[in-house]
Design a protein around this ligand. Sequence first.
Ligand code: HEC
Length: 237
Amino acid sequence: MTTRPFLRLALAAALLPLAPIASALADEAQHVDIPKIEGLPKITEKDFSKAIRKSFYVNNPHEWERFYSKTLEICNATDSQPSAAQAQEIIQRETKSIVYPKSGKLMGDWKLGAKWAEDVHGGRIGYPGFKDADDPSHPNGANCYACHAMDPKFPQHGNMGPSLTDYGKLRGTTDAVIKYTYDKIYNSKSLNPCSLMPRYGGPKHLLTPEQVADITAYLLDPQSPVNNGGNPAGQAK
Ligand code: HEC
């Protein structure tokens, strides 16, 4: 168990220009001695699932469905290292799930994208008596900042994922980049089978195709603060 965070982080970074760091981490992971603690009770998959269900409260039992999928089953069973055939199967299935906005425009409004990227609303696990954790009349957000730096003036961010500051400035806005970015946000596992990044699009997930297009614009639009040192273009720095 102790090696898992290392392996996952290494795998997550494997598709990025961070490959040297990733392989260093993978090497490190191979050499970790897992301490054996005698006398602890054995936990089966069933016990584990039961404990998870008891620990969290969901307003709607369908929310549990988000936690189970053929893809996650394969990633869990292989410690996120699927065989080539399994990876192919995942990529095909996840790619099929991607839906594009009716307008055909994969880049929407970056200002709305900023709002969705920051907003933590949606998919939150509440407690009995605190049922309004997710007000269903409020659109869901994506909480991208939990894992990524984006606008460099945003007060805080996590770093499980790579920094996306200057994302569009560094990559440009060709059709290929726009489609890659949209697909990555809509369904990260269509590009990296056991990606740690959540799948945002699709019926059981958080965002509409239009919201995904707005976030795509937030990352790529030359006007977005992500590509302007934290200032929307045209504003005093
Ligand atoms: C739980 C953590 C997590 C969250 C939340 C998350 N990501 Fe990621 N993201 C990652 C990781 C890890 C990677 C690198 C591995 C990979 O590509 O799968 C990544 C990669 C990416 C990439 C590819 C970067 C590149 O250089 O090609 C983009 C784009 C991206 N994320 C955008 C987003 C956006 C936009 C959001 C919010 C809608 C988001 N992510 C939310 C973890 C996360």
